[in-house]
Design a protein around this ligand. Sequence first.
Ligand SMILES: Nc1ncnc2c1ncn2[C@@H]1O[C@H](COP(=O)(O)OP(=O)(O)OP(=O)(O)O)[C@@H](O)[C@H]1O
Ligand SMILES: [Mg+2]
Length: 275
Amino acid sequence: MTCIELNEISFSYIAGRKGIFSNLSLKLNPNEQIAIVGRNGSGKTTLAKLIIGMLKPSKGQISFDGKLIEKKSIAEIAENVGYVFQNPNIMLFTNSVENELSLSLQRFNFTKDEKEEKVNSMLDFFGMTKYRKVHPRLLSRGEKQKLALATVLIQDPGAIILDEPFSGIDIAQKIIIRNYIQKLKDQKKLVIIITHDLDSVLEESNRVIALSAGKIVFDGEKTDFFKDSTNLRKAGLTETYMLNMLYSLHAEGLPETILKRNELINFFSKRISDT
Ligand SMILES: Nc1ncnc2c1ncn2[C@@H]1O[C@H](COP(=O)(O)OP(=O)(O)OP(=O)(O)O)[C@@H](O)[C@H]1O
Ligand SMILES: [Mg+2]
């Protein structure tokens, strides 16, 4: 389990220019399910790359469990936080799906049998056993996304950042990914999902951080974020079909805490059976 802390960090892609982040502070705690939302270019991916040490802040510090990340080795960082890139292509290097997964286990001292068991169970969970000998480049967008995710999950990091895990993914694959996210939550891991998909935020998260041009315009409970459309506007986001329906129902008296599909179904099922 990992606690991530950013202390007054500033960052610019072009040295000396006004950057995307200025004095940004954040604390991300174990057992939180965080959604980072915001328009294109608001800084979500940059924030993730700073957290994993791929980019260095020009000012301020980032620490995991109180230890500065610059004092950590690459292996230690990977142990603390796994990052699944927005573009899965840049995560895949080998000539087969199974090699991709074994490569992720290279730095561990597992026996050959243990490694094989871990690879097999990942392939099985993601329904990819039939692709084990296939070249990753030949996979579909959704399969690549799942493989990229599996290469990080197989390392069992304390916290995980998923950058747009649902983009280009059909419902069936989305359910598989969601099931794994649920497993991580059950293990009380810090799960950070960067997404444009507000419906998945309704389902997956309990804390929402909204970015707009590198500024945090909202950080708090999901129920507060979605209370009305004010926070969406601040983040430059628009209501989805599901949100519009929820807002109409909230106006008619549905409790505002009801935001998930299952909660909605349970509420109305009870009403129907009571009448
Ligand atoms: N390598 C880079 N060099 C210079 N500017 C960059 C670089 N990468 C990103 N930027 C700029 O930094 C800002 C934040 O980009 P970032 O990729 O973090 O946004 P994002 O919120 O992840 O967007 P999206 O939703 O499109 O993925 C944008 O203005 C972007 O153009
Ligand atoms: Mg991005």
